[in-house]
Design a binder for this molecule. Structure first.
Ligand SMILES: [Zn+2]
Length: 198
């Protein structure tokens, strides 16, 4: 059992009851890699500097670039997907070693469901990547972190790849292309992305 994406634990977290669980389950969490994820809660302890608008960087010289990417993604999602009630914290790593402190360093970015946090890797400093992760935050806000973690991948990822207007052709894997196609076919039948499939 890992912490992130575990619906019952996420509900406890939302109720502020998880602190004692984290302490008592420390061995378990580190055994499944979730200790990396917990670090995202205190990025300042891991070499990051955070601003009042919830943007964190490991390289202070890139704060302007990071804030611009964040502002763009927030505006894009609000205009094209739906309103965001509470913007997430966004950690921008300029090195792979920085990102590896928080998760699998082979990905460009990830959204930590239940923690309202996006982490961007050194290869992820692109508008379409931050838009994609911001859509995952919108999904968590709309559907709730527990329920959204149980939604089908084609819906969550298909929406994120399609609505972010990801310019890659082909997308990174045949599986992802399949999710995109399934999402597009579902929309073509008249479904609204704001109303999740049953
Ligand atoms: Zn995604």
């Amino acid at each position: 059992m890992c912490l992130v994406g575990e619906p019952n634990l996420m509900l406890l977290w939302k109720k502020g009851l998880l602190v004692s669980l984290i302490t008592s389950a420390g061995v378990l969490l580190s055994a499944c890699g979730a200790s990396q994820t917990l670090r995202a809660l205190t990025p300042e302890d891991f070499g990051m500097t955070c601003t009042s608008d919830n943007v964190c960087v490991d390289d202070a010289a890139r704060i302007g670039e990071a804030r611009k990417l964040n502002r763009h993604a927030l505006g894009f999602v609000a205009a094209n997907v739906g309103p965001i009630a509470q913007p997430p914290r966004v950690l921008f790593c300029s090195t792979r070693d920085c990102f590896a402190q928080f998760g699998d360093p082979t990905v460009a970015a990830h959204y930590i469901i239940g923690f309202d946090t996006i982490v961007v890797n050194d290869i992820g400093w692109y508008n379409f990547i931050v838009r994609h992760e911001m859509i995952h935050h919108w999904q968590a806000e709309q559907i709730g972190p527990a329920r959204s973690s149980r939604m089908p991948r084609w819906y969550l990822e298909g929406m994120a790849y399609v609505l972010s207007k990801d310019p890659r052709d082909p997308l990174p894997s045949p599986e992802i292309e399949g999710w995109r196609d399934q999402f597009n076919a579902w929309i073509a039948k008249g479904n609204d992305w704001r109303v999740p499939p049953r």
